[in-house]
Design a protein. Structure first.
Length: 350
């Protein structure tokens, strides 16, 4: 709780507007209530107004300070549909399809984010990942210095000997199934940048594998080795202070006694606070397994490599988890221009 408590304190100094497209989801309503009660800013719920109010009444949740928008009847509907059509018409999108898309809360919420009517977006509690990633990738531009978007889980465990006083950043856990060297490099660098910003310390990034420094041979190991070397170069070019090492197994990354025997000269081994997985299978399985067995406080997925801050929460997330994710997104929104100084202010296709 120390980590997320500090995040909440930071956001209280710079309140933000965060849009939640799943306005009738009970956990979202609870998180929005806490968001406002903690003075984090203005939560914006999307959905049919009557249904949102009915659900809030059933849960005995006050909607004071919470903004509700029904995309279908909003004053921005026509403008958003027109802008989305302009963005996607070269891809064959028709005007009627653009209007239909803007009736969907995730599409409408992404347009609010793109048009700076919201500072951040949090969705995913009741939808599959693709239903959010699709509109995000269609509407929000990629960050100019990071070619690959990725999903990061932030885990806070009780054992403060692990990671950074119990905090671990784990990626990619939700976006790219089989990253190539360039994508794996981007995942490592963007996660290091997030960790540096949120923790205020130098990230120690472990590039994970089933091998430690050549203990096995496989094509996937070569990909991790190459990405490790490229991540060091790219981080230096972007002035991101971080240490990268790999390939290494997860016990060598987290356990000092194992690291001492196998990678004694490493600045990362045994002390890693960022774990980069070689593929989505391993990342997704590991993050969910830690969540089930270790019972950590879990916040994610924070989506990286996009022009605007957003998150795709896992469907098992509690209201507390969602609040934590919204707070992280809000803190990122405060300094997003510093994190991505070349970020553009226009929609793709404009």
């Amino acid at each position: 709780m120390r980590f997320i408590g500090n995040v909440i304190e930071k956001m209280q100094r710079h309140p933000k507007r965060v849009v939640f497209p799943e306005g009738t989801e009970p956990r979202i309503l609870q998180a929005a209530r806490q968001f406002y009660a903690l003075r984090l800013g203005v939560p914006i719920l999307l959905g049919e107004t009557d249904k949102v109010r009915e659900m809030a009444d059933a849960l005995k949740i006050s909607l004071e300070g919470i903004r509700i928008i029904n995309p279908a009847t909003s004053e921005d509907f026509e403008n958003f549909a027109t802008r989305f059509y302009r963005v996607r018409r070269e891809k064959g999108l028709r005007k009627t399809e653009a209007r239909e898309a803007m009736l969907q809360p995730n599409y409408y919420g992404c347009m609010m984010l793109a048009m700076h009517q919201a500072d951040g977006l949090v969705s995913g509690a009741s939808h599959i990942t693709g239903s959010l990633l699709r509109p995000l990738f269609q509407i929000i531009k990629s960050a100019p210095d990071i070619g690959a978007a990725s999903g990061c889980m932030v885990m806070e465990v009780e054992d403060t000997r692990i990671g950074e006083e119990g905090v671990l950043f784990m990626a990619d856990c939700g976006v790219i199934p089989e990253p190539n060297v360039a994508q794996l490099t981007d995942i490592a660098v963007s996660t290091a940048r997030l960790a540096r910003h949120m923790l205020g310390v130098r990230p120690r990034v472990a590039m994970l594998s089933f091998s430690t420094k050549g203990s096995a041979s496989h094509a996937s190991i070569g990909r991790v080795q190459a990405a490790t070397a490229q991540a060091r170069i790219k981080a230096a070019q972007l002035n991101i202070e971080a240490d990268f090492d790999g390939e290494m197994q997860v016990d060598a990354a987290l356990m000092p006694e194992i690291a001492q025997r196998r990678m004694a000269d490493s600045h990362v081994a045994g002390r890693a606070n960022v774990l980069i997985f070689p593929d989505l299978n391993s990342g997704n399985i590991a993050s969910r397994l830690v969540g089930l067995v270790g019972r950590p406080s879990s916040y994610g997925q924070i989506l990286l490599g996009l022009n605007r801050p957003a998150a795709d929460v896992i469907r098992s997330a509690s209201a507390h988890d969602i609040l934590g994710v919204a707070a992280i997104v809000g803190v990122l929104a405060t300094d997003y221009q510093k994190l991505y100084p070349s970020a553009s202010e226009v929609l793709p296709g404009d």
